[in-house]
Design a protein around this ligand. Sequence first.
Ligand SMILES: Cc1cc2nc3c(=O)[nH]c(=O)nc-3n(C[C@H](O)[C@H](O)[C@H](O)COP(=O)(O)OP(=O)(O)OC[C@H]3O[C@@H](n4cnc5c(N)ncnc54)[C@H](O)[C@@H]3O)c2cc1C
Length: 394
Amino acid sequence: MALAPEVDLGAARHDRAAFRSFVDSYVAGRADDYDREQRLPHDILAALAEHGYWGAALPTSAGGAGMDMVTLGALHEEIGRGCSSLRSLLTVHTMVAATLHRWGGERAKRCWLAELATGRRLGAFCLTEPEVGSDARAITSTARRDGADYLVDGTKKWITGGQLADLFLVFARCGEEPAAFLVEADAPGVRVEPVSDLLGTRASMLAQVHLTDVRVPAWARLGREGAGMLVLTHALDLGRYSVAAGCVGIMQACLDASVDYTGQRRQGGQPLRERQLVRRLISDMVTRLHAARLLCVRAGELKDAGDPATLMATWVAKYFASTSAMRTASDAVQLHGANGCTEGTHSVSRYFRDAKVMEIIEGSSQIQQLVIADDAYQHQPGAPGWSVVVGRRA
Ligand SMILES: Cc1cc2nc3c(=O)[nH]c(=O)nc-3n(C[C@H](O)[C@H](O)[C@H](O)COP(=O)(O)OP(=O)(O)OC[C@H]3O[C@@H](n4cnc5c(N)ncnc54)[C@H](O)[C@@H]3O)c2cc1C
C-alpha cells in the first residue's frame, strides 16, 4: 500500500506531548466512527506514516525513528487512549518490523525494512490457527524445503490488519520446530478472508489467511530453522509490551470520560462527583492507572537496558494492565449508567469491548497467571539471584 512517500522523520518530535497532540488531532474524535464502520481509513494510516510512527521501534540507520522502549510505550499508550484498533495495527506492524530487523538476513532487510519503517508497506503477525491458540508450539502450518525455497501451507486465524497488510510474518512448522517466514500478501497461493463483527477492536481489519503451497525464498526465513520459538518469544514480548501500554491508554480514556461525565451529570440535586461512592470508583481508577503505567515503564526500562528480566516484567505489566483496563472500563460504563450502554455520544462502551479483547490477546490472562506463578516458584526467596519478580536479574 502506498503511503506518504516523502517522510521527514527528522522533523518529528518524539515525546508524550507530541503523541498526545497527534491522538487528539487525528484519532480520538473519529475512533467511534472507525469502530462502527469496522475499518481504518487511509488518511489515518498516512498520518501515522508522516509522523514516523510505523517505524518507531527501528533505529534511524534502518530508516526508523529510533525511539527507546520507554518512549515507544508512551506512543502506544497514547494511540491506545484514542483507538485500540489503530494501536493493534501499530502493534503487529511493529512486531513484524522489529523481528525483521533483529532476525532477518541482509537480503530480506534490503527488500522490506525501509518499506516497513516508513509504513509504505504494512506488516501483520500470523501465529494463531483455527485449532491452535494459546499453545503456540502446537501449530500445524508447515514449511517444507523445495530447492532454494520453502513451500508454506496452513491457515492463520484472527490476524490483526490482515485485510490491509502487504507482508505477513508467518510461523510454520519446519520439521519438529516452528520457524518464521516473511510472506508477501500477493504471493500466489495466499488468500485473505476478512473477519468482521468482533466484540472489540472492531476496526482492526482482521482476516483469516489461507496459505496453499506458497513459495517462499529461503532468505525470507527469519532466524535459523529450529530457532522459531526464540524469534516468537521476542516478537510476542514486544507485542505484549505494546498491548500493556495500550491498556494504560484505555484506562486513561476511561478516567477522563468518567471525571468529565460525573462532573456534569446531576442526580438528587447535585453532580455525581459529589457522591462518595462515585469518588471511590474514580480513586480506584486513578490508582490502577498509575500502577499499570509504572509497570509498563519498568518493563520498558529493562528492555532499554538489555536486561532479560524484561520478559517477566512485561508478562506482569500486561497481566495487570489488561485486567485493570477491564475493571476500569466496567466502572466507567457503570458511572455513565444507561448512557454508557449505547454507542452514542460517549465512547465508554467501546472502551469496555476493547478492554475485554486485551485479556485474550498476546497471551490470555490464564496463560499469564501460569507463567508468572511458574517464575515465582522458580525464584523462591533465598534462592541465588532472587529479589523481586519484576526486578530480578536472570
Ligand atoms: C481481536 C483479536 C486480534 C487478534 N490478533 C491476532 C494476530 O494479529 N495474530 C495472531 O496470530 N493471533 C491473533 N489473535 C489470536 C489470539 O492471539 C488468540 O485468541 C489467543 O492466543 C488465545 O487463543 P484462542 O483464542 O485460540 O483461545 P484458547 O487457547 O483456545 O483458549 C481458550 C480459553 O482457555 C484458556 N486456556 C488455554 N490454555 C489454558 C491453560 N493451559 N490453562 C488454563 N486456561 C487455558 C484461555 O485463557 C482462554 O480463556 C487475535 C485475537 C483477537 C480476539
